[in-house]
Design a binder for this molecule. Structure first.
Ligand code: UDP
Length: 239
């Protein structure tokens, strides 16, 4: 695989990767390890946007399943993503990486609101921009937030760091003969309901021609490898 020509990427991390080996919440040691990976990626000369989920703290669907009002629960989920963003900002700045957090729900005491032109300027100045609170509306996920910001910031790719090393034709945890794709097109992902990101996020990437690179963030050094075009990954793109 040749080295991809990325100048600006958006990295989406699910909240779960921040909890390390815990069952819940944020493990600061693990966040520090992730921050090192992000720093390494940034040092390749890339402009980097980050979106972090909130599933390690709260998911709206889980609240709704237990009888909460869905929208109310989703707002709690969005607030969880802000906490994760602040944890990552802290870890990055302890490594000397300048960052700004921009939240889709305004919170002027803790971070900036999302302002595209301002985010643009931060990236030009070499700052990592962490977008928090998803799209700022209930009934969405941070995957959709990631796709939206990737489009808005004209990123060359959306990198989705998860606990699996790519996209499989069926669940590799329950099916030992599951096959991993090196590359797969958006419509196959949507038609076969392959679990990459939620459908609205995949459709937004398809409509804006943004490749989605799915890889494991649990493996040390893997993010930099993926950016060099090495390492195990699946690219979702136009067929
Ligand atoms: N959420 C939302 N709107 C958004 C983004 C997130 O309502 O635009 C809520 C939703 O309840 C979601 C939670 O925030 O379950 C945490 O985000 P997500 O589940 O995407 O986190 P991840 O699975 O990536 O950790």
């Amino acid at each position: 695989m040749s080295k991809p020509d990325y100048k600006r990427v958006l990295l989406k991390l699910s909240g779960e990767v921040l909890m390390g080996n815990q069952q819940f919440g944020i493990d600061p040691e693990f966040v520090a390890e992730l921050a090192k990976e992000v720093k390494e990626a940034k040092e390749t000369g890339l402009q980097l946007c980050l979106v972090i989920g909130g599933g390690n703290i709260f998911r709206g669907m889980a609240g709704a399943a237990k009888g909460m009002d869905r929208a109310q629960a989703d707002y709690m989920g969005m607030l969880a993503t802000v906490m994760n963003a602040l944890a990552m900002q802290n870890a990055l700045e302890q490594l000397g990486v300048p960052t700004r957090v921009q939240s889709a729900i305004e919170m002027d005491k803790v971070c900036e609101p999302v302002i595209r032109r301002r985010a643009e300027r931060h990236l030009e100045k070499g700052r990592v921009v962490i977008f928090a609170a998803g799209v700022g509306a209930p009934y969405f996920t941070t995957d959709s937030g990631a796709a939206l910001r990737a489009a808005e910031m004209r990123c060359d790719a959306l990198l989705k760091g998860t606990s699996v090393d790519g996209v499989y034709d069926c669940d590799p945890k329950t099916n030992r003969s599951a096959k991993r794709y090196n590359s797969v097109d958006y419509d196959t992902v949507l038609a076969q309901n392959l679990r990459v990101m939620d459908a609205s996020a995949v459709a937004l990437c398809r409509d804006n021609d943004i490749p989605i690179v799915v890889f494991s963030i649990r493996e040390k050094g893997n993010l930099a490898k993926v950016l060099r075009g090495e390492g195990t990954q699946t690219i979702v793109r136009k067929g």
